[in-house]
Design a protein around this ligand. Structure first.
Ligand code: NAD
Length: 247
């Protein structure tokens, strides 16, 4: 139960990040709920505190290196150390390739890909400086290993996240830091928007014909941060209800 780790969760104001914050706090960890949605982050943190857990919030735009560095410093200033970072904040932007102008491409690459580099870089550097062992978990996607129409930028970003988890693990193992990824199928969170017809179509891509609830991803993330997952290193675990396994 009492894990007593300090873990930063980006995208902690909503969806997968929020549910992961709840489960990791319940397991006895102090959580920095980081997001650019300040109000949502505060709501996550106050729900944690209402359950007797420890949480603080930090407003961050994960696509900005200096803000991610400041987020890492904030975690250490607030809770005294750093044992983990869940690089999870992300966006989608569906557009056909022939309309994928540089601005649309970079928007997703900056938020979904470069943010993960910043989180690994500043997070691991701080852990090494402190002599703190820990775990870095990165949110990839099923679209990090398969192509989808309209997702050229998202495909590229999430494939990079899969490889950064491997490459990061390779370099950081000697410092006692594990780096792993999680690849969700379609999860019932605000990122999917409001189009019920589209959600119905996406549901059918899973073995149980429904969207996956964010708690199901969060419970895998909680496991990946735990000592029980000590032998999972560099890999990206699919939480996709069979999405990648059937057709
Ligand atoms: P969500 O929209 O519920 O949560 C995403 C959070 O990230 C939001 O709180 C948002 O404010 C935050 N965020 C976005 N851009 C940010 C930025 N630049 N700086 C700081 N915070 C920012 O969506 P979710 O489904 O929980 O998404 C979490 C992760 O899961 C994302 O990386 C997403 O790509 C990935 N994912 C989601 C699905 C899905 O179907 N929901 C599938 C595969 C992968």
């Amino acid at each position: 139960m009492a894990e007593n780790k300090v873990i930063i969760i980006t995208g902690g104001a909503s969806g997968i990040g929020r549910e992961a914050a709840y489960l990791l706090a319940e397991a006895g960890n102090a959580i920095v709920v980081a997001d650019f949605n300040e109000e949502g982050a505060k709501e996550t943190a106050s729900n944690i505190e209402a359950q007797g857990g420890k949480a603080a919030t930090f407003k961050v735009d994960v696509s900005k290196a200096e803000e991610v560095e400041a987020m890492v410093d904030f975690a250490v200033d607030t809770f005294g150390t750093l044992n983990g970072i869940f690089n999870n904040a992300g966006i989608g932007l569906v557009k056909p390739l022939l309309e994928m102008d540089p601005a649309s491409y970079h928007k997703v690459i900056d938020v979904d890909q470069h943010s993960v580099y910043y989180g690994i870089y500043y997070g691991a550097k701080k852990m090494v400086e402190l002599g703190a062992k820990g775990t870095i978990v990165n949110t990839a996607s099923i679209y990090g290993s398969m192509a989808a129409k309209g997702s050229f930028n998202y495909n590229a970003a999430k494939a990079a996240v899969v490889m950064m988890s491997r490459s990061g693990a390779l370099e950081l193992a000697e410092h006692g830091i594990r780096v792993v990824g999680v690849a969700p199928g379609f999860i019932d969170t605000p990122i999917l928007g409001e189009d019920e017809e589209m959600k119905k179509a996406l549901s059918a891509l899973h073995m149980h014909n429904k969207l996956i609830q964010p708690e199901k991803v969060a419970s895998v993330v909680k496991f990946l941060f735990s000592e029980e997952a000590a032998a999972i290193n560099g890999s990206t675990v699919a939480v996709d209800d069979g999405f990648l396994s059937f057709k």
